[in-house]
Design a protein around this ligand. Structure first.
Ligand code: DX5
Ligand code: ZN
Length: 216
């Protein structure tokens, strides 16, 4: 079963609580929260205080995508602020295995994200210990970019590895997913689909979510 994870990066930040209630109401399965530090990616979004303040608007899973350097520094703060899954980038952490163990030791689910240019092979040995792998299908930093086609092969590669050594692994795809390509992404093996601009465009959340589901 595919889980839909709207990214609040494309929401109206002056009205974040309302936007979260709206995506909750119209069938978001997971809330995808993009944290950017202006170092790992060339953009700054928001941090722990904002996340803490939106936690009260929904009971849904908070999927926290940390696009920050040396993410272990902030893991505990995000767990305390209500994260259910924390994703760290392979490229941002010299001790990725330690960080994964640390996240899990705090009772939180743990995931690794790979930039488009990073091969799946680097996380092969870690897959048995992960709750989720996030395949970035755009270079992280901004919403509204175009899906990079070769990432479809990377999703298939993760799917194969998961069948071998972690059948419960969640496989998330993030970036440029819309109603025209969502079916391909799911057919490749993804089961958690992030969508920012495709969910919030024209302020028609209900219709947009319906279109995405119907495209499958
Ligand atoms: C990009 C973020 C994404 C972004 C996706 O760096 O990680 O979650 O919000 O936005 P769309 O769906 O518009 O590509
Ligand atoms: Zn993201």
């Amino acid at each position: 079963m595919m889980k839909l994870a709207p990214s609040i990066l494309s929401a109206d930040f002056s009205n974040l609580g309302e936007d979260i209630k709206t995506i909750d109401k119209y069938g978001a399965d997971v809330i995808h929260i993009d944290v950017m530090d202006g170092m790992f990616v060339p953009n700054i979004s928001f941090g722990v205080p904002i996340m803490k303040s939106i936690r009260k608007f929904t009971e849904k899973t908070f999927d926290v995508h940390l696009m920050i350097e040396d993410p272990a520094r902030y893991v505990e703060d995000f767990v305390k602020a209500g994260a259910d899954i924390i994703t760290v980038h392979y490229e941002a952490d010299r001790h990725i295995d330690r960080t994964i163990q640390y996240i899990k030791s705090l009772g939180c689910k743990a995931a690794i994200a790979l930039n488009p240019g990073t091969p799946v092979s680097v996380i092969k040995d870690l897959i048995p210990n992960l709750d989720m792998v996030l395949i970035m299908s755009v270079n992280p930093g901004f919403g509204g970019q175009k899906y990079i086609d070769y990432c479809s092969d990377k999703i298939k590669e993760v799917k194969k590895l998961s069948e071998k050594c972690n059948p419960n692994l969640l496989i998330e795809v993030d970036g440029g997913v819309n109603k025209d390509n969502i079916k391909n992404v799911v057919d490749c093996g993804a089961n958690v689909i992030v969508a920012g601009s495709a969910v919030f465009k024209n302020g028609e959340v209900e219709k947009n979510i319906k279109d995405l589901r119907e495209a499958l």
